[in-house]
Design a protein around this ligand. Sequence first.
Ligand code: ADP
Length: 404
Amino acid sequence: MKVLVLNSGSSSIKYQLFRSEDWPVLAAGTISRIGEAESELKGSWIGVQGEQQSCRETSAIPDHGEGLARIAARLRDSGVLADLSELGAVGHRVVHGGEAFHRPTLVDDRVVAAIRGMIPLAPLHNPANLAGIEVARRLFPGVPQVAVFDTAFHQTMPPRAYRYAIPENLYREHRVRRYGFHGTSHHYVAKRAAAFLGRPLTECNLITLHLGNGASATAIRAGASVDTSMGLTPLEGLVMGTRCGDIDPAIHFFIANNLGLDNAALDDLLNRRSGLLGLCGVNDMREIQQRAAAGDERARLAVEVFCHRLRKYLGAYYAELGRVDAVVFTGGIGENDPLTRARTCSDLEAFGIYLDEQANASAERGERAISSAESPVKLLVIPTNEELEIAQEALAAVSGTTVD
Ligand code: ADP
């Protein structure tokens, strides 16, 4: 059985094809610049002799329908998906499931309508995700389509964590509350962390830190999300590559009043020109660390602000959970940047957090502990794999089981 994972953006489609028995990636690729004169398809796959193959094509791909047709043709011609009957499921990443979706869900007309109803909450993402779903339903008739939501894992948050202290009708009538995102990643690394600790997930209290270009922290009690740092949108919470994270909401009025920016300009300012980029002119943490090491004061401050905010969330979630079994680092920064991890975990021995500096600095890859052997709270690095999680969840939804 094979499972295709699709992540449809407004002008792109990313795909990965898995074999379900042992979950290797058989093929992966991206179509970018859909709708432009020169769209690009880049793909790689495992050839018939087991050798790695790749391709890069440029031509006009006017819409998602044509894009997915090209992907299907590429999978067929390369032999990794000779026949559609091999496909057990298509898993779709869907950004916003609102309060309607608590788990991966088989797509039917009602589900499509519900995802469409969520467009006001995610006006950029949900229409693109829907385009991928609708095209895949047409192109792969009879193959079960499963929507896997970024928000679903956080639907276990209690009202005290998801409600904003604003007039109630904004929640009741306009669905303004905290939803949280990156749920697929937080859930995946939580399951892997539980396996690493040798305990059922339902017996684990964890703080998971997904630190990539987007970044979020989640408090997990007995395997369920009880608080997370992103809110109605992914703008809230940690400092990110280009997003500001938490700021005084009155800054919006201040900027609008004093700089005369309209909503679109404010959106651009806070989502795409703030965060690490706003602080030091660069959003790539690796480059920022290099500049900081070379004495660049702005880069040094950007790292300090990033880690200061992260420690605040670590402390807050520690207080919420009371007992923490492990803190989990994931995402490009969490997996690869020992300096961020060290700064975040330093001087927390009073909380039972003891970093093993050698293990933290080691070039080892893969799932590993970076706390000292006697540390009551384990510090783990767990590489995330959202595509694999979507593939496994999609197949489980088709067979009516759950993924451990
Ligand atoms: P995305 O959210 O786009 O998936 P990633 O999870 O790939 O992002 O994370 C990208 C971030 O990880 C970038 O800021 C990048 O600089 C950072 N990163 C990757 N490798 C390293 C490294 N060795 N040291 C520091 N930062 C790193």
